[in-house]
Ligand binder design. Structure first.
Ligand code: PAF
Length: 283
């Protein structure tokens, strides 16, 4: 496995691999890898086959952080990440610096203008502009046949799918299921910033979504009632501050009044300064 910091050398690595007929499967990350990322890498290995290339990127993208404190505190663990990537069968880690990725007079942005507006787009202004811009740049550098994203960031996955379609990026997007801790908490690099007390309370995020889904299974269809149900569960975590909790269409991400199978329950909460998100398809 190679760790490459420069764009030029990454392009060369990809060119040589393509010359040998290898397909490229790409897992973009911001590092601080956990089981969730490992499942994306395992899927990548499977899709690439024995002769294909699995490329991961590790880049804490400054342009997608609307809060400078969040950016400063984001865990950076490149050497541990490299061990995990190697073990997961990756062939390449592209780990550029911010200067390598962004010229000092950088001035071109990618704005998805519909799916990125509500939810995290509303509470984190500029976030998806940063995500779309960096992902398109990464696609242009790594030139993957397939790129894999996690369902945990459901809105991000949909925004990237839309961008890929709208801008004709020659890449197939694969969305992999959320990986959870034993108690149901969705794996996230931010989990490691939780104190033990906050970690105990974090479990209520998934429990709230589960509880609303149980209510749906019991026959409740009113979105307001399902959301009320979930919020009651969230309130059991006394230090948790909800950012949003909504029931939205899985195609438009806009709120629905009456729930039906396939709709998405989406939530974001704060525990101290740590912001966690999760989602669940109603079934
Ligand atoms: O999901 C992430 O880790 C990031 O948003 C991504 C897709 C790597 C872009 O920086």
């Amino acid at each position: 496995m190679k760790i490459i910091h420069s764009i030029k050398q990454t392009r060369e690595f990809i060119r040589q691999s393509r010359k040998k007929g290898a397909s490229i499967v790409f897992v973009p990350t911001m590092g601080a890898l956990h089981e969730g990322h490992l499942s994306l890498l395992a899927r990548a290995r499977q899709l690439a086959g024995p002769r294909g290339i699995v490329a991961a990127s590790i880049f804490v993208n400054p342009t997608q952080f609307n809060d400078p404190k969040d950016l400063a505190k984001y865990p950076r663990t490149l050497s541990a990440d490299a061990v995990l990537c190697r073990r997961a069968g990756a062939d390449l880690i592209f780990a550029p610096s911010a200067n390598e990725m962004y010229a000092s007079d950088f001035s071109t942005w990618v704005n998805e203008g519909f799916l990125s507006l509500p939810l995290c787009g509303a509470s984190r202004p500029g976030h998806f502009r940063g995500v779309c811009t960096v992902v398109l740049k990464l696609f242009n550098i790594v030139q993957p046949d397939i790129a894999i994203f996690g369902q945990k960031d459901a809105q991000q996955a949909m925004v990237i799918q839309r961008m890929t379609r709208d801008l004709n990026c020659p890449v197939r997007i694969v969305i992999a299921p959320t990986v959870r801790e034993k108690d149901g908490l969705a794996m996230s690099s931010r989990n490691r910033r939780l104190s033990s007390k906050q970690r105990t309370e974090a479990v209520f995020l998934n429990r709230a979504l589960q509880s609303a889904n149980d209510a749906f299974r019991a026959g409740i269809r009113s979105s307001a009632e399902l959301i009320r149900n979930a919020k009651t569960v969230l309130r059991q975590a006394s230090h948790m501050r909800p950012d949003y909790l909504e029931l939205v269409s899985s195609t438009t991400l806009r709120p629905v009044k009456k729930a039906s199978k396939g709709d998405l329950l989406v939530a974001a909460v704060f525990l101290g300064s740590v912001r966690l998100i999760d989602n669940r398809r109603i079934d």
